[in-house]
Design a protein around this ligand. Structure first.
Ligand SMILES: Cc1ncc(COP(=O)(O)O)c(C=O)c1O
Length: 445
C-alpha cells in the first residue's frame, strides 16, 4: 500500500472531457483509482484492484517504484526544464546513450540513433516524417506515400490515424493524402485458439507487392505496422509474416517501421519485438514502458544509415522537427531510473519465464460461454467474445465493469478483452486474473 493519503472521489466531474471514454456513462457511475502500488490500484472506496493491463500497457515494472520517484525528484530539484533546440543538457544525451546500448535488434541492427518525443502518437508522426525526409535526402523525393495496415493503431495524430486502420478513430477526421493499407492478419476461421504465432497468413505480407503494383514503388516511402497489434484487440503476426514484409520492403526500397509503443520494453519476453521475432526494421517507435508510464515520453530509434543520410549538406538544422519536450530532463531521469529497475530485476526478459504458464491459464477459458477465440504471446492475451447482434461491444464492457467491481482491471476493445499485466506479475496472480475474469464471463454471458 502507498503511504500517500487516499483522496476521496469528491471532485465535480463536468470539466474534465475524458479521452476515449463514454463521458456521460462514466460520469453517471464513475470508477475512480486513487493510489497504486506494485500490482495493485486502490479504488476510492479502498478496494484493491489487480492491474491486468499495466495501466495502459505502460507500467511494465509495476506501480510506485521508489527509485523512479526519487530520480524524478532529484532532477526537478536540479534542472527542471531546459530546451533541446540548439541547446543541450547532459541527461538527454545520457539517456539516449543508455537506450542505444539496449536498442532493438542489438548492436548489429544499428538502430542506435534516438529521437525523443512526448508520447506514442508523437513517436509515430516523428517516424513517418523521418522516413519522408530520408527518402528525399537520398534523392527519392517522389516517395511520399505511407502504407499502414487495416486494424492498426498508431495513436491519434493526423499521421497516425491516416496509417491506422480503426474506423471509429478515422470517421470524423480527414486523413493526410497518399496513404494506403495492407490487409489485417486476423483470421479466426483458420487460427482460432492459437498460443504464440498463428500458422496461417504469412502470405498476407505480399499485399505490399499488390500496393506497389497499384501505386508504383517510386511513390512509397514507408510501411508501418505494430509487430503485435494491441489496441485493435491483440493480433499476433502469423509465422513468417514479418520476415516476408521485411523482404518486400527491401525489394522495393521502402522503409519498414515497427510501432513498438506497446511491444517495447519486455512485453513479449525480449527487450523489443524486434528481438523477439528476429526481424529488424529501419525505424522503431516507442513510448509507454520507456518511463514505466510515470512521465510522458516517447523515443524513436532510427538506423544509423537513416540518421546519417540526413546529416549531409551545408551546416544548419538537418531535420525541421521536434517538440518543446523532446528530451525533457525530468522524463529522461524517469527513463534512466526505469532502465535501472528493468536491468536489476531482469524485467525485459521476465515475460519469457511466465509466458507458458500465462498461456496455459488463459487458454483454460476456452469453452466458457461466448468465448470465440483466445490469443496469447509473451505477457499479452486477447479473449474474443461473441458480440450481441444488437449491441456490439456491450458484452465485453459488462465483463469489464464486473471485473472492476470484483477487483481486476482489464481493457476491452469492441468485444475483445485485452490483458497485459505488469511484468512483475507473480504466478499466483495469473490464477487470480483468470478466476475473476472467468467468473465475470460466466455471469455476463
Ligand atoms: C501501437 C501504438 N502506437 C501508438 C500509440 C499511441 O500512444 P500515445 O497514446 O502515447 O500517444 C499507442 C497507444 O496505445 C499504441 O498502442
Amino acid at each position: 500500500m502507498s503511504d500517500a493519503p487516499l483522496r476521496k472521489n469528491t471532485p465535480a466531474l463536468d470539466a474534465f472531457w475524458m479521452p476515449f471514454t463514454a463521458n456521460r456513462q462514466f460520469k453517471a457511475a464513475p470508477r475512480m483509482l486513487v493510489a497504486a502500488h506494485g500490482m495493485h490500484y486502490t479504488a476510492d472506496d479502498g478496494r484493491q484492484v489487480l492491474d491486468g493491463t499495466a495501466g495502459l500497457w505502460c507500467v511494465n515494472a509495476g506501480h510506485g517504484r521508489r527509485g523512479i520517484a526519487q530520480a524524478v525528484e532529484r532532477q526537478l530539484n536540479s534542472l527542471d526544464f531546459a530546451p533541446t533546440f540548439q541547446m543541450g543538457h547532459p541527461i538527454a544525451f545520457e539517456f539516449a546513450e543508455a537506450l542505444a546500448e539496449i536498442a532493438p535488434g542489438g548492436p548489429a541492427a544499428g538502430l542506435d540513433r534516438v529521437f525523443f518525443t512526448g508520447s506514442g502518437s508523437e513517436s509515430v508522426d516523428t517516424a513517418l516524417k523521418i522516413a519522408l525526409a530520408y527518402q528525399r535526402a537520398i534523392g527519392q523525393g517522389t516517395r511520399t506515400r505511407l502504407i499502414g495496415r487495416e486494424r492498426g493503431y498508431h495513436g491519434v495524430g493526423f499521421g497516425g490515424i491516416s496509417v491506422g486502420g480503426i474506423v471509429s478513430n478515422r470517421r470524423a477526421f480527414p486523413q493526410i493524402p497518399g496513404t494506403d493499407h495492407l490487409r489485417h492478419t486476423h483470421d479466426p476461421a483458420r487460427n482460432a485458439f492459437t498460443k504464440g504465432q498463428p500458422e496461417h497468413g504469412a502470405d498476407l505480407a505480399d499485399d505490399l507487392d499488390r500496393l506497389v503494383a497499384l501505386h508504383g514503388a517510386e511513390t512509397i516511402a514507408a510501411c508501418i505496422v505494430e509487430p503485435v497489434a494491441g489496441s485493435t484487440g491483440v493480433l499476433i503476426p502469423p509465422k513468417g509474416y514479418l520476415e516476408r514484409l521485411r523482404a518486400a520492403c527491401d525489394r522495393h526500397g521502402i522503409l519498414l517501421i515497427f510501432d513498438e509503443v506497446i511491444s517495447g520494453f519486455g512485453r513479449l519476453g525480449a527487450p523489443f519485438a524486434t528481438d523477439f521475432f528476429g526481424v529488424v526494421p529501419d525505424l522503431v517507435t516507442t513510448a509507454k514502458g520507456l518511463t514505466n508510464g510515470t512521465i510522458p515520453m516517447g523515443a524513436v530509434f532510427a538506423k544509423r544509415s537513416v540518421h546519417d543520410a540526413l546529416m549531409q549538406g551545408p551546416d544548419g538544422i538537418e531535420l525541421f522537427h521536434g517538440y518543446t519536450y523532446s528530451g525533457h530532463p525530468v522524463a529522461c531521469a524517469a527513463g534512466l531510473a526505469t532502465l535501472e529497475v528493468y536491468r536489476e530485476e531482469g524485467l525485459l526478459t521476465r515475460a519469457a519465464d511466465l509466458a507458458d504458464d500465462w498461456a496455459a491459464a488463459i487458454h483454460d477459458l476456452r469453452g466458457r460461454a461466448r468465448v470465440t477465440d483466445i490469443r496469447t504471446i509473451g505477457l499479452i492475451a486477447g479473449i474474443e467474445l461473441e458480440s450481441r447482434p444488437d449491441a456490439p461491444g456491450k458484452r465485453a464492457y459488462e465483463v469489464f465493469v464486473d471485473c472492476f467491481e470484483r477487483g481486476l482491471l482489464i481493457r476491452v476493445t469492441g468485444d475483445i478483452i485485452a490483458l497485459s499485466p505488469p511484468l512483475i506479475l507473480e504466478r499466483a496472480q495469473i490464477g487470480e486474473i483468470v478466476g475473476i475474469l472467468g467468473d465475470a464471463i460466466d455471469r455476463v454471458a
